[in-house]
Design a protein around this ligand. Structure first.
Ligand code: AMP
Length: 621
């Protein structure tokens, strides 16, 4: 095996690597370092995130940098501020024993004047986001005429983020004879296009197969109805008491919504997306890195700068629009030799999207049933027993209390005592999942069986909020007119409408629980009139009477969609018991994994992950 020394690096760099604890070069480092040290030929490198590519391109550049000159000799372009900062910090670490070598990260959202001041002192290595780099070039503050190396890192992401124009502008002001290095984890045709346009006769190196995910990751999929997507995530978190994961969402809004729901359900979660201020993003990332947060809900872009090596799971709340992004997402787990699980939550209709991904990653998704309440209870119980086994008893502090405790419990034998202590936590959890429905999409589990529809519709009631409305038959209200009225409020596109009950002077209707607040504010804000009556809508806890006029499954929201159809059954049952998944705030005292006990926020200590002795309380951000 070659060592860093054998790759041709000088003693100051070797010392820095030793300081960092890097013992041996990774595969991409073994290939890229000697190549860049020995040749001026352009380089096209395929490397997954987390394989050590920052050192792969920066070490040979540091070896050759002219510290005597203050000219900018290398520029690394990176898609996000976080990644730019991470790379700049890495390079600063690698060069800490090299005299006179300066590295600067330039990125938007921070004072450009500060960056200009630092640039003017002479910086040999710039790590920049494309937008800010162009800004600095336009202001004539960044001169790239003596550039020797241009590195395009995460080229696929830069294109995804629409930086093609900026790349063109930057390339236009660099000298022809520089060496260009392009690193990408995936290689869709757009990146091939960039490689063709910007690289001259490049050498191609690869650590692992192109576009392939790591072997350490297993890929699973769960099939659910749209409304059970969120509940499936809760089950995954609950059945894995030690989960440490990122839930990927496609949009900022989706990210915030999923995070908000999980937070209000008591999970130890926060959101990471571009609508947050930089300070908020830094704070969330730091909390996630230090494992103060166990679950991060993030957009693809925002999660790019996060250097976390030991995620147990990656969850795709929805599959990404671009299939290459799946490789990036799943590549966040299974790093540094550890095993990881990447889960895709899909509806029956989305199942076909898995095939192209399977071709891309060269692996099959395993169809996995959503954990049942019983499985969750079992795992949580085992976790509890582990905690009991590991807990350190503070003999000195507890000894004063023991005599009276023994006295009180003297009539209980060992078995009874164990059962009772365990039940303190377990009962409440058991209650929560007692009547929990099967969330697996019945159509998927039984093949396409239309007759099973009724069963699956029944399950959906937990996801509905029931509203009272002060108009009824006397006001000439009927289901169609009520749906029209709801649609007129423009609450959300394609909002699900559940049961409708029209009574003489008032009525009830159900809407997707997700839009509870929006529904209330739409009706309040729009000052709605119906047949001359001022409409008043309230959330009600009144149970169904069983005199339903129609079943669930109407879709509202978009008036141009033509006649609305019923898709459900009319007798959805009025004897249902509420159970686990649907409750926004579970009435259980059980923490579950990553879950704080309702009523006592922050009571899951860091011990869920690490030392049980640490009673440090977690804080919600
Ligand atoms: P990167 O792909 O450059 O983001 O690196 C991923 C992680 O691996 C970072 O935490 C690096 O510090 C670490 N790393 C990179 N190269 C090595 C190495 N040769 N030995 C140990 N850790 C490394």
């Amino acid at each position: 095996m070659s060592t860093f020394k054998e790759l041709g690096l000088n003693s100051q760099i070797l010392q820095a690597l030793t300081d960092l604890g890097y013992e041996n070069p990774t595969e991409i480092q073994k290939k890229a370092i000697p190549q860049v040290l020995s040749s001026k030929q352009d380089l096209k490198a395929f490397a997954q995130t987390g394989t050590g590519k920052t050192a792969a391109f920066s070490l040979p550049i540091l070896e050759q940098i002219d510290a005597e000159s203050g000219d900018t000799q290398a520029i690394i372009l990176s898609p996000t501020r976080e990644l730019a900062l991470q790379i700049a910090n890495n390079i600063t670490d690698f060069s800490k024993h090299l005299k006179g070598v300066k590295t600067l990260a330039v990125y938007g959202g921070a004072s450009i004047e500060d960056q200009v001041r630092k640039l003017n002192k002479g910086v040999q290595i710039i790590v920049g986001t494309p937008g800010r780099t162009v800004d600095l070039i336009n202001r004539k503050q960044l001169k790239l005429s003596n550039l020797k190396w241009l590195i395009l890192d995460e080229a696929d992401e830069m294109l995804n983020m629409g930086f093609k124009d900026e790349l063109d502008k930057i390339l236009a002001v660099t000298p022809k004879e520089k060496q260009t290095l392009l690193f990408s984890a995936t290689f869709p045709k757009e990146v091939e296009g960039i490689a063709k346009a910007y690289l001259k006769n490049p050498i191609e190196i690869s650590a692992g197969e192109k576009n392939k995910g790591t072997d350490q990751v297993s890929h699973q999929y769960y099939v659910v109805s749209e409304r059970n997507r969120y509940n499936a995530i809760k089950r995954i978190a609950d059945v894995n008491p030690d989960i440490y994961c990122i839930i990927f969402c496609r949009t900022r809004r989706e990210t915030q919504e999923v995070a908000d729901k999980l937070i209000s359900d008591g999970y130890n979660v926060d959101a990471l997306h571009g609508d947050l201020s930089q300070a908020q993003r830094d704070s969330v990332m730091e909390k996630f890195r230090s494992k103060t947060l166990q679950i991060l809900v993030a957009t693809d872009v925002a999660a790019r700068g996060l250097d976390v090596t030991d995620l147990t799971h990656v969850i795709n709340h929805k599959l990404p629009d671009q299939i290459e992004s799946y490789t990036h997402r799943s590549g966040r787990t299974g790093r540094a030799g550890k095993e990881g699980i990447s889960i895709a939550i899909v509806t029956v209709r989305e199942k076909s999207k898995l095939h192209p991904i399977e071709r891309l990653i060269g692996k099959k998704f395993i169809s996995t049933p959503i954990p049942t309440g019983k499985e969750i209870c079992q795992n949580q119980l085992l976790k509890l027993i582990d905690k009991v086994q590991d807990i350190q008893v503070n003999e000195t502090e507890i000894s004063d209390f023991l005599p009276s405790i023994y006295e009180k419990l003297k009539d209980l034998d060992r078995e009874e005592l164990i059962k009772k202590f365990v039940s303190i936590e377990f009962n409440t959890f058991l209650t929560y999942y007692q009547n929990a429905p099967d969330l697996n999409d019945s159509e998927h589990m039984r093949g396409v069986d239309r007759n099973s529809d009724r069963g699956s519709k029944r399950r959906d009631d937990e996801n509905m909020t029931r509203f009272f409305i002060n108009i009824g038959k006397k006001d000439k209200l009927n289901p169609a007119r009520l749906i029209g009225l709801i649609n007129d409020q423009r609450i959300a596109k394609n909002i699900e409408i559940g049961q409708i009950e029209i009574l003489d002077t008032f009525s009830f209707f159900e809407l997707d629980k997700t839009y509870e607040k929006e529904t209330m504010s739409a009706f309040e804000g729009n000052d709605v009139d119906f047949e001359g009556r001022s409409v008043n809508v309230e959330i009600t806890t009144k149970q169904r009477t069983g005199q339903a006029r129609s079943g669930g499954g109407f879709r509202g929201g978009d008036r141009d969609r033509g006649p609305r159809k019923r898709t459900g059954d009319s007798d959805r049952g009025n004897d249902r018991k509420r159970s686990g998944d649907g409750d926004r705030k579970p009435k259980t005292d059980f923490g579950g994994f990553g879950r704080k006990r309702p009523g006592a926020p922050g009571t899951i200590s860091k011990s869920t992950f690490g030392s049980d002795q640490n009673p440090k309380r977690r804080k919600r951000i």
